[in-house]
Ligand binder design. Sequence first.
Ligand code: TYM
Length: 336
Amino acid sequence: TTRILTGITTTGTPHLGNYAGAIRPAIVASRDPQMDSFYFLADYHALIKCDDPARIQRSRLEIAATWLALGLDTDKATFYRQSDIPEIPELCWLLTCVAGKGLLNRAHAYKASVDKNVEQGEDPDAGVTMGLFSYPVLMAADILMFNAQKVPVGRDQIQHVEMARDIGQRFNHLFGKGKDLFVLPEVVIEEEVATLPGLDGRKMSKSYDNTIPLFGSAKQLKEAVARIVTDSRLPGEPKDAEGSHLFTLYQAFASHAQQAEFRVELEGGLAWGEAKNRLYQLLEDTLGEARERYNALIARPADLEDILLAGAAKARKIATPFLGELREAVGLRSFR
Ligand code: TYM
């Protein structure tokens, strides 16, 4: 079997980009008997970007309910919170001690903040915490802890998975004594949706405030779709399907036949207003039932707690003995 692992940071409400880029392919993979899947809430990562405890707590609940509402089978997959696995921050430290500062200097997430500071004439390190700087090391610990072979993510996370490989390789080299302690992970990208655009055409992202929430009400979904930016071509004028992110969004959720039909209609001059109705309808058909399950789940947080604790216990059956081996490998063994 192949071990597959991915996580979502619990700082906001799950959006269509998280679904198409990460959750949907992950759930499909979890149904494959050849796959052994590990999915988790990256709630330690959330602390890097957010100091609002209520928001973190709410987001953890929402993201947990989202996975389950969309059909994750927790008998097949191991589903847990990062913060329930104390072995992860401990491994993070072992990795921190081998991760090159030069490597981390190149991480996009941290560099973006520095570049912005420089642009605004501020101290380059203003607001940059050590958490942000070492973000990729914690992510490497998530992945290497479970020896994941495949990591399905959106394009923005590729660099982090590559860093996990680098760090794992270095650790193997230093402490493996010829044998590999860590499996080196490979990234899996769903090509068609590697970057789902948001309302304004840029990558759909919490930080751009351009998201379409997965499980807002039908009314909220309709309002969000209405805010998608389109060009100024009038009804009757042919539209450029390929050049429109409304079409890209449609493609991510439609069958091939539906896509072909929509393209013909757009090129034949379908009005943008009508095009938005089509997209709304498609999304409602795709998500309507799951939304009902989501609302039922979110109303029962104690049940979610039980599910997540059971997932953590399953994960720790692997993490605890493996961390023991790693501690020995670096020279932290019992004197007995
Ligand atoms: P996060 O929470 O930013 O995003 C979760 C997943 O959703 C994908 N994604 C998108 N995919 C397509 N189009 C978009 N517009 C879009 N927006 C987000 C992201 O690529 C990601 O796959 N650091 C990670 C969480 C993490 C993790 C890990 C992932 C922590 N440890 C270990 C994999 C393995 C993050 O912040 O993702």
